[in-house]
Design a protein. Structure first.
Length: 411
């Protein structure tokens, strides 16, 4: 039987990732970070993050085939985009190293070793960028190559050295950064979101190493008279795109994840207070003033303030003895201490509401001050959760003496 030839270039063509996809993801990461970067511009860590994301966006914008052709046409120099793109990739590599050094050591570490490492990275990669332009001026590359320049000029004097120089500089930076991130991600005491962000960053840098390996293998094949150009033209670009997406996600996750985590807890706390809030609205009889739409944090603050204000008014009607008996009953029914206390407080609050209705404040002969309301005002969330279980409140009331009105469940 005749065997069908396998063409890797056609296979990989099915998995092409447009350069504009990682550009959009990187831009989203930059937009999320930009307000903080502007507000805290003196922070070297934030400057490094901003620089890396900005350079990464520039790399994918200027390395797309359409932009390469436009730049070559605007400058009138065939393959002018080559040293320009290589310089952006080299600057991005240096920015990544600076970020890892600054991020891992922190702002408090201003040791001579850290400053020396920063100076070495800046000077070494600035020298590489200068060398890239000098080699391009010395090279003879008259034929424009938009997609396969690395392999097409792999054996051309000076262009060969330029291509190897940018790949080696990029590979060295990614290898060092990947190692540092890997070690950092496995240290103890890291926040879970930060740990996952570091893992995504590490995966992104590891894919950069795959990108470099594919490019160097294709170039080495050219030198030995073989054709593995598909590694450079079909495998390396989608690998680079996927790498950028993972790097951007690594930056987005700790920031967006913490934001969503905090927002979820605010909304959850707001919802948990709803039963007690509605009970206090009923007890106050005045309702609440109309409020314009506000942030979740402000709505939570308003709800907490309103609930505590009404509870303070009810304090003089609180029967402390009833609260103690309700707690003992709740414990006898098998409830854990914290939930038993919440049930006892709910019973006491409901009794206080009934007591105030029977004896208005203006007619009461009770003391102007009641029991210490500290724990009552502090535990409004557990009390509100207890009000969602009227059957448990009724069971506690049954063992405490006089009947107490229970609230209907609030959904």
């Amino acid at each position: 039987m005749r065997q069908l030839a396998f063409d890797p270039s056609e296979f990989l063509g099915e998995f092409y990732i447009s350069f504009w996809i990682p550009t959009a993801v990187l831009t989203a990461a930059l937009v999320l970070k930009l307000p903080t970067i502007i507000r805290l511009w003196r922070d070297p860590l934030l400057r490094a993050v901003g620089g890396l994301l900005l350079l990464a966006c520039a790399v994918f914008v200027f390395c797309s085939p359409s932009t390469i052709h436009r730049v070559n046409r605007l400058t009138g120099v065939p393959n002018f985009s080559a040293p320009w793109c290589y310089s952006l990739i080299t600057a991005m590599s240096a920015s990544g190293l600076l970020l890892i050094v600054t991020w891992r050591n922190g702002l408090s570490d201003r040791s001579a070793a850290t400053r020396r490492a920063v100076r070495w990275v800046v000077s070494a990669y600035a020298g590489v960028i200068v060398a890239l332009w000098l080699l391009f001026l010395l090279a003879d590359a008259p034929v424009e190559r938009v997609r396969d320049l690395d392999t097409f000029y792999a054996a051309t004097p000076f262009m060969r050295e330029e291509i190897l120089l940018y790949l080696l500089a990029h590979g060295a930076a990614c290898t060092v950064a990947s190692r540092l991130i890997w070690n950092w991600a496995h240290t103890e005491g890291l926040d879970a979101l930060l740990r996952w962000g570091l893992k995504l960053l590490g995966a992104g840098y590891w894919l950069n190493i795959v990108f470099n390996t594919a490019k160097l293998t294709a170039i080495g094949a050219r030198w030995s008279g073989h054709d593995l150009d598909w590694l450079s033209t079909n495998l390396a670009p989608p690998v680079a795109s996927l790498s950028a997406i993972l790097v951007a996600a690594g930056f987005i996750l700790p920031h967006a994840g913490q934001y969503l985590h905090d927002r979820w807890h605010v909304r959850l706390a707001h919802r948990e207070l709803r039963p007690l809030y509605q009970l206090m609205r009923t007890a106050s009889g005045d309702g609440v003033p109309f409020m314009l739409r506000a942030t979740p944090e402000l709505r939570l603050t308003r709800r907490e303030t309103f609930v505590r204000d009404v509870l303070l008014q009810l304090t003089r009607h609180i029967d402390a003895d009833l609260g103690h008996r309700a707690y003992d009953t709740a414990r006898a029914l098998g409830h854990p201490p914290e939930h038993a206390q919440a049930l006892a407080s709910a019973v006491a609050v409901l009794d206080a509401i009934d007591s105030r209705r029977r004896t208005p404040d203006g007619d009461t002969a009770e003391s102007a001050t009641g029991p210490d309301p500290t724990h009552l005002l502090r535990d409004i969330a557990p009390i509100s959760r207890a009000l969602r279980r009227p059957e448990e409140i009724e069971a506690v009331r049954a063992g405490t003496g006089p009947r107490v009105r229970t609230a209907a469940p609030v959904e």
